[in-house]
Structure formats: C-alpha cells, structure tokens
Design a protein around this ligand. Structure first.
Ligand code: SF4
Length: 157
C-alpha cells in the first residue's frame, strides 16, 4: 500500500481496537488491509482529515463524501480526539498520535476516559478497544516523552 492512509480523528481508536468484525465483508477486508499497515510499519505516516476517510470509503454507512449515517455520534467522537490531541488536518506519525492518545486514556481509572469519548459506540463491547490500549498492544513509543495527563491506573479489567 503506497498511498497515504487518511484517518478521521476517532479512527485513531478504531484502528487499535479492531478485532476483525465490521459492517460488511468489504468493510472488513479494507479494515484488515489498513490496520495491517498501521500495526506493522512503525514509521507509517497518516493524513488526518476532518471528513470521511480511507476506512469510510468501504463502509455501507457512508452516505457521500463527508457524510456518514451516524454523524450524530461520529462527529462527537472526532471532536473529542481533536480536543485531546489539539489536532489540525495534515500529516502525522501514526505512532506519535496513538502514543499520546493512549497515554491520556490510560491515565484515568480503568476505561473511564475512553468510555467518555465513545462508550456508546456499538463496537465498544465487541472490539478490543480498551484491552489493546491498556495492554499497549500497538502504541510502541515510550510514554515518558509525553506530558502526564493524570494519575497512573493499575486497573486490570
Ligand atoms: S460508520 Fe461512519 S465514520 Fe465509521 S467507518 Fe462508516 S462511514 Fe466512516
């Protein structure tokens, strides 16, 4: 995959939690391809977009460019991530962003910070979002290089 992967802000979470289930076969096969690249190439760059992205492109809920059937939820999820990371549209290191984000999320009590962002997503209990973030499964940069956002949690749930 040589093209740059475009991600809307909340897909920084979905690409970590994805566990092989999705809206349709086409969506899953595209998600497999994109997450394989993001999870295996530690230096991969992504383009943050505040619109529909490389994952929405194969999603049955995409209505048209920039419009999702679930905009009432996904725009709220995006806004939270924009606020936490002070994001602008543009090119970033995927590892840089998810490491900063995961450090913030892991500094709360158990999954309270993640739940506050997207706890009402239909995939929250299906995918491995919190488990993978808590276990630092994909964010491999040392968190010591980032500002602490709260007290460390020893939650094992
Ligand atoms: S549900 Fe909406 S935001 Fe999520 S992948 Fe589909 S079109 Fe994109």
């Amino acid at each position: 995959m040589d093209e740059i992967i475009k991600l809307r802000p909340h897909h920084l979470l979905c690409t970590q939690g994805y566990s092989g289930k999705g809206y349709s076969d086409d969506f899953v096969s595209n998600m497999d391809r994109v997450t394989e690249k993001l999870r295996s190439d530690r230096g991969v760059k992504i383009e943050i977009t505040f619109s529909t992205d490389s994952l929405c492109s194969n999603c049955p809920l995409k209505v048209s460019d920039g419009v999702c059937k679930s905009d009432n939820k996904v725009l709220r999820f995006d806004a939270s991530i924009i606020n936490i990371l002070d994001l602008k549209e543009g090119v970033y290191s995927y590892q840089d962003l998810i490491s900063r984000l995961d450090k913030y999320l892991s500094s709360g009590v158990c999954d309270e910070r993640l739940k506050a962002i997207c706890g009402d997503c239909e995939w929250y209990s299906v995918s491995a979002c919190w488990k993978n973030i808590r276990d630092k499964k994909y964010a491999t940069m040392p968190w010591s290089s980032y500002v602490t956002c709260g007290s460390a949690s020893d939650c094992s749930e």
